[in-house]
Design a protein around this ligand. Structure first.
Ligand SMILES: [Zn+2]
Length: 255
């Protein structure tokens, strides 16, 4: 095995010199505590760097990463996502939950090809949370349009982002936040090779590369996940027996 030098060199460099410019900010955050604007849920892929692609600083984002940027439904075996959502919304009061997928995602490739994961039983169990995304994609999910030359796994990855909001709606903290208009949901996608961040536009039903013009326009042209997408969540929630979730969603979107 290689020695640890290469791995630890970054930390040493940070302590020696690189921490200096960020020290005042970190001192303030240590004194005042954190008040992040958003919960940013993305894949564990090493090529996706939330602080870089959001041009954010320490303290700006409460970050949760897992393989495939998945949100298991409420009361599933894994409580990590549920706990993080509960805490970030309930205790930290984040105003935004962003779910960010990305190109060339190994998780999406594995579920799309129905890869044999017998040797990785926990990965297999975890990726079962992507079953709804795969079903949506294979059944011609109409909430996401794509460029025709996009690879299949990238198309699935975009469907997967939007599908996770259906699962998020099964969380009481999320339903309540949306009901009270204190929480918004945003779908994002990072194109690694093009170094471009895209945002889901529910009106155009597609992911668009975000630029200043789109940001300025967001009031008349919201980029938050809204009625058209949540319509399917109503059916999904009702199907799963979460009738209160369905009812809240119906109220929320004014049906
Ligand atoms: Zn990934």
């Amino acid at each position: 095995m290689d020695d640890l030098k290469e791995f630890l060199q970054g930390a040493a460099k940070f302590n020696d010199t690189e921490s200096l410019p960020v020290k005042p900010l970190l001192e303030r955050l240590a004194r005042e505590g954190q008040a992040p604007e958003a919960l940013f849920l993305t894949c564990a892929d090493s090529r996706v760097d939330p602080l870089l692609i959001m041009q954010a600083q320490p303290g700006d984002l409460f970050i949760l990463r897992n393989i495939g940027n998945l949100v298991p439904k409420i009361n599933s075996k894994d409580s990590s996502v549920m706990a993080t959502v509960e805490y970030s919304v309930g205790a930290l009061g984040v105003k935004t939950i962003a779910i960010c997928g990305h190109s060339d995602c190994g998780a999406m490739k594995a579920v799309l090809s129905k890869k044999d994961l017998t040797e990785m039983p926990h990965a297999k169990e975890w990726l079962a949370a992507a079953e709804q995304s795969t079903a949506n994609y294979e059944n011609g999910y109409d909430q996401v349009q794509f460029e025709s030359d996009l690879p299949e796994h990238d198309k699935l990855s975009k469907v997967n982002v939007v599908t996770q909001f259906e699962n998020l709606l099964t969380y009481p903290a999320v339903r309540e936040g949306i009901e009270k208009n204190t929480l918004r949901l945003i779908g994002m996608w990072f194109d690694i090779g093009n170094a471009t961040v895209e945002v889901y536009d529910p009106t155009r039903k597609t992911f668009i590369p975000i630029d200043q013009e789109e940001v300025e326009d967001h009031k008349k042209h919201p980029l938050t996940v809204t009625a058209s997408v949540l319509g399917s969540a109503v059916a999904c929630a009702a199907w799963d027996g979460h009738f209160d979730a369905a009812l809240t969603a119906v109220t929320m979107i004014g049906l």
